[in-house]
Ligand binder design. Structure first.
Ligand code: PLP
Length: 265
């Protein structure tokens, strides 16, 4: 869990330690709610609109009342009252009707990660919902860490490779950059979209057997951007792979360009 620097609950700014919601909130009791995590660069949120668009879709799909303008105002107020250079903003909407916005410290990010495969079946009814029900994702990461790996790679019982518990997955075969298709019930990740826009990456159903032939791989998420994978189970991958390096710098450049454009606007 990242350090919470400042909180907003239902529009009220609070120190993290004073920010509370009622224990009867079904967001807590049942993980019934939606969330987003946005990265800040020098205090400026990247792709906030895309995150808010997805939060609206998540809430609609979950039949959860959601006030986008109120959440956007909460974010703005939070950012106006102290903008650390590089941090995260987490937005939650609970079934109990509470709007929570947290300013979080950016966690220490490793340069590379090792992945252990964990068997996982996406919950169909939650397609298109970035819900608060992340217990399974957190457990998957913990199971991978128990085995000495950094992170989990979620794989269906039929051997289809999906994504990480909080990131998208890309892999390289020769000079082709591939990523599992969204219709395998993955999160429609904003960073995945970004990588697909700035590279030649394409969707390709990916099996565990395919990964035996992977030359490079990386995770992608708002928090991590492009993070090289050095190992998947016992297979070691190319470090400093050229396709990963190109994707990382193209993504970074696009982020900087978009941030500069919003700063001017
Ligand atoms: C399951 C899952 N996949 C992918 C991602 C990456 O999404 P984004 O690029 O929108 O941060 C996340 C982010 O939390 C996630 O939870």
């Amino acid at each position: 869990v990242n350090e919470v620097l400042l909180a907003s609950v239902d529009g009220e700014l609070l120190e993290a330690a004073r920010a509370t919601i009622p224990v009867a909130d079904e967001g807590l009791l049942r993980g019934d709610g939606v969330f987003e995590v946005v990265r800040l660069y020098e205090g400026r949120p990247y792709a906030l609109d895309a995150h808010m668009d997805r939060m609206v879709r998540s809430a609609d799909n979950l039949r959860l009342p959601f006030d986008r303008l109120a959440v956007e105002a909460d974010v703005e107020r939070l950012l106006a009252s102290g903008r650390p250079a590089d941090a995260l903003v987490r937005c939650l909407m609970t079934r109990g009707g509470h709007r929570i916005v947290l300013l979080e410290a950016l966690p220490d990010l490793p340069d590379t990660v090792s992945l252990a495969t964990v068997t996982y079946s996406p919950t169909r009814v939650l397609d298109g919902v970035k819900s608060l029900s992340y217990g399974a994702n957190m457990l998957a990461a913990r199971l991978a860490q128990e085995r000495g790996f950094d992170e989990a790679l979620l794989v269906t019982p039929h051997g289809h490779v999906l994504e990480g518990p909080t990131s998208s997955f890309f892999w390289v075969r020769g000079d082709e950059l591939l990523t599992p298709p969204l219709d395998e019930h993955l999160l429609d990740s904003i960073t995945r979209r970004l990588v697909m826009r700035v590279t030649d990456a394409r969707e390709h159903p990916t099996t565990l057997a395919d990964l035996e032939r992977a030359d490079e791989a990386f995770l992608a998420s708002s928090v991590r951007e492009v993070m090289p994978v050095r190992q998947i189970e016992s297979r070691e991958l190319a470090l400093d792979g050229p396709v990963t390096a190109a994707a990382a710098s193209a993504a970074r450049e696009a982020i900087e360009t978009e941030l500069a454009a919003t700063a001017k606007a």
